[in-house]
Design a protein around this ligand. Structure first.
Ligand SMILES: [Zn+2]
Length: 250
């Protein structure tokens, strides 16, 4: 091999390293775009979130009111059954009073009638607030039903907008990912693997520029040897501290 060839070879290696550096820089920019697209797809728009929260809150409120309604209804049914039974007893006592054979018996039935009437009055008084409570609960449940009915079409619309938004982001993501994979095929597999590993471990950044002799990622002062190698265009050179792949400062 003559010196000319050597020169050509070293120039080729240098150029290919420069290309790899540029390529990795582009790949990282695309990876950061992909990260952002993923974040965008995962983040729920404020209006949709608020509408979903409203629906959950209204359903919970409605469920709570229904349970309360059920409990009051049960109490009222018990009171109604009791009233019916007391009514029967009263009728019997009145009948027995009219048909009693002695003054003593009549007196006993009369006081039984009075006591039953008192009991019926008390129970009727106690049931009244329950009936009123049921009316209030019915009105509240109805109000929530109206709010839910009003909310539903709005929510359906927002959900459908969000599905479109996510589909669009997924399509963008796939295109970007394909472009990225095509470019990545031009980078040495091991370098790419190292870059991916450090990127995952280091907040998405696996490739940094040297800034004033320091790693642009972790800011550690780089050893003179590493700085020399980066400056000479070697590739890949990794930060001795964080392992990120280093590019010379531009
Ligand atoms: Zn570093």
């Amino acid at each position: 091999m003559n010196p000319h060839d050597w020169h050509f070879f070293s120039k080729y290696v240098y150029d290919s390293n420069v290309n790899s550096l540029e390529l990795l820089g582009t790949i990282q920019a695309m990876d950061l775009d992909l990260d952002k697209l993923r974040l965008d797809a995962d983040s729920i728009p404020g209006e949709l979130k608020a509408a979903r929260d409203d629906k959950t809150r209204l359903l919970l409120e409605s469920e709570k009111l229904r349970q309360e309604h059920h409990a009051v209804r049960r109490k009222l049914s018990q009171a109604e059954l009791e009233l019916a039974s007391l009514g029967e007893q009263l009728k019997r006592a009145e009948h027995d009073q009219q048909h009693s054979s002695s003054a003593k018996e009549q007196g006993q039935y009369a006081s039984r009638v009075v006591s039953l009437r008192d009991e019926i009055n008390d129970l009727t008084d106690d049931s009244l607030p329950l009936t009123e409570k049921l009316d209030v609960l019915n009105a509240q449940i109805e109000d929530i039903g109206v709010l839910l009915d009003e909310l539903e079409p709005k929510l359906v619309h927002l959900e459908s907008l969000d599905e479109d938004r996510i589909k669009d982001l997924q399509a963008q993501y796939q295109n970007r990912q394909n472009e990225r994979d095509t470019l990545a095929a031009g980078v040495d597999e091991k370098v790419l693997r190292d870059y991916d590993t450090v990127r995952k471990a280091k907040k998405g950044i696996g490739f940094v520029t040297v800034v004033a002799g320091k790693c642009g990622g972790c800011k550690v002062q780089l050893t003179p040897n590493l700085l020399q190698r980066v400056k000479a265009g070697q590739f890949p050179v990794k930060c001795q501290s964080c392992g990120r792949i280093l590019a010379p400062s531009t």
